[in-house]
Design a protein around this ligand. Sequence first.
Ligand SMILES: Nc1ncnc2c1ncn2[C@@H]1O[C@H](COP(=O)(O)OP(=O)(O)O)[C@@H](O)[C@H]1O
Ligand SMILES: [Mg+2]
Length: 382
Amino acid sequence: MPNKILVVDADSASRGFIVQKLLGQNNEVIEAGSGKEGLILAWRDRPELIIADPTMTDLRGEDFAKKLKNDARTAQVPLIALSSDSNPERIKACLKMGFNEYITKSGQAVPLLMSTIQRLLELDENAMKQGGKLIVFLSAKGGTGTSSLCANLALNLADVEPSARVAVADFVLPIGSIAPIVGYDGSVNIVHVADQLHRIVSAQSSLNQLPEMRDWKFNLLAGSPDPEMSNLLKVEHMWDIVTSLKQAYDYVLIDIGRSLSKITLPLIQHADLVTLLISTDTSTLSLTKILLDYLKNKGVQEDSIYTILNRAAGLEGLSKAEAQSKLGITINATIPYLNTNLAFANSQHQPFTSKFPHDTAGVIFREIAKDMVGKREKLAVT
Ligand SMILES: Nc1ncnc2c1ncn2[C@@H]1O[C@H](COP(=O)(O)OP(=O)(O)O)[C@@H](O)[C@H]1O
Ligand SMILES: [Mg+2]
C-alpha cells in the first residue's frame, strides 16, 4: 500500500532529491517549499508521515512541529526532521517540540531516512496487531439487527469466556444505538474520548476505565449521542482508540453498522473477525453482495468473515440456501424471527436472554458466540 508522505523543504534541489527517492519506493508524495504551505497541506491532505527540514524561511522549525502536534488532525502523524544542521542543541530543541526523529543530511541520510519511515509507519500497524481480539459488526443495510446482536453477542461471549474482559464500542454515525439498548446515559462516548486523545495519558485511562454495563458484562464506549456531536468527532483518532482498547481488553467488539467509510474500512481490514449481518429480503441481499465484493477487493479474507442471517423483519424472504447461492458464500449462523421480543428486551435495556430466559433463541446466541470464538481461534492457527 503506498503511503502518503509530505516533504517540506525550502531548498528545492534537496526537496526534489528526497521526493524522487520516496516516489521510487512507491509512495504518494506531496511537497511544500515553506513552513506555512507545509501546515496547510498537512491539514488539508492528511499525509501519513511528514518529513521537514526545520530550517525554514518563514517559520521556526520548532514552531512548525508544535503547531502540527497541537492540532488534532496531525497530532498522531509521525514527523521526521531532515536537516544539514547537526548542532546538538538544535537537535534537542526539535525533538522536544514534536519531531519524532532527527536525521542529518549526510551520505547515509537516505537509507537511514527510509528505514526510519518504515519503522514509524509500522509502529502504527503493529499496535493494531497487539493486544485483544478485534471483532467488528456490520451490515449493508440498517435495521438488520447489527446493534442488537453486537450487544447480545458481546454478553454471550463474556459468558462463554468468563475471564475475558470485553469492550463494546459504537462507531455508528451520526447516532450510536448501543447506549440506548443497554440503558447507558452517561457522558463517556467516542466524541469525548477522541477529543482527549492528544493528551494520550488521559485518553488511555478513560479507555481503561470505560463504564461497566453490569447486566451486560461488558464495558461500553458509547457512540455519538446526536448528529451535532458526531460533526465534532475527531475521526483521525479512531485508529488509536481501537489500538488502545485492544491494549485494555481481551475482546473489542465494534458496531460499525452500515457506516462503511474511509475511517472504518482499515478497522475491517485489520479485524480478527468481521461479523456480517444479513437479512433475506432481495434488496438487502443485493446490497450485501456489493459490500462483500468490495471487501474482498480491499483484501478482506473471506474466511475472516462470519455471516449471520438474521430474520429481523419477520418476512420469510429467501431461504438460507437461496441467500447463500445469491451471495456466493456460506452462511455461518441463522437467527430466527423473534417477533417483538428482541425489540421489547432492547426497550427495557435488558439482554434478550435475561428478559426471555426460556426462549430457545438464547441457546442460539450462546452457540453463535462459541462458534465465533472458535472460528477466530481456527483463523489464528492457520
Ligand atoms: N431476529 C430478530 N427478530 C425480531 N426482531 C429483530 C431481530 N433482529 C433485530 N430485530 C429488531 O430489529 C430492529 C433493528 O435492529 P438493530 O439492531 O437496531 O439493527 P441495525 O443496528 O442493523 O440497524 C430492532 O427493533 C431489533 O430489536
Ligand atoms: Mg445499529
